[in-house]
Design a protein around this ligand. Structure first.
Ligand code: ZN
Length: 158
């Protein structure tokens, strides 16, 4: 087996300035279709991490609010380190546009009621008891206060 290089692990996590959106890679399939993968970093690596309940509710709400704002949206899934999300979508978008979409989605989260959170029943989710809308809102507020940058190393707040 050839050496596996995983781009995310080559990033110097001590050099980035969160919150930010970064393009990790663009993969092209055999028929020319392109899928892009973004690093949607919400908290500063090795300084802060989002508790699982808040992270989980953010995941459900980003599925609701980010999808309609990003053409070709495929998925937005949490990093195991709980500092952000992978965003996958068809084709490529400017990180500035993704950062603006994220900002608007977080603003929507601030006004969300529990009844509006999708997939919170036992049959719809793998850990339906581990949700925190209060936590999701607090983190959304905090991230918005810090501002979302379209560059991981320089603060270019949208
Ligand atoms: Zn779930």
């Amino acid at each position: 087996m050839s050496e596996v290089v995983i781009e995310s692990f080559t990033l110097d996590h001590t050099k980035v300035l969160a919150p930010y959106v970064r393009l990790i890679s663009v993969e092209q399939g055999p028929k020319g279709d392109r899928i892009s993968n973004y690093d949607v970093r919400l908290t500063q690596p090795n300084r802060q991490e989002i508790p699982t309940g808040a992270m989980h509710t953010l995941e459900h709400l980003l599925a609701l609010y980010l999808r309609p704002r990003i053409e070709g949206y495929i998925d937005c899934s949490p990093f195991g380190c709980r500092t952000g999300f992978h965003l996958l979508c068809w084709n490529e978008h400017d990180t500035k546009d993704v950062a603006i979409a994220l900002k608007e989605a977080l603003e929507d989260i601030l006004h969300t009621t529990w009844e509006q959170v999708p997939g919170t029943q036992e049959k719809e989710c793998g850990n339906y008891k581990d949700h925190s809308l209060v936590g999701a809102k607090e983190w959304a507020k905090e991230i918005l206060k810090q501002g979302i940058s379209s560059d991981p190393f320089e603060r270019k707040i949208v």
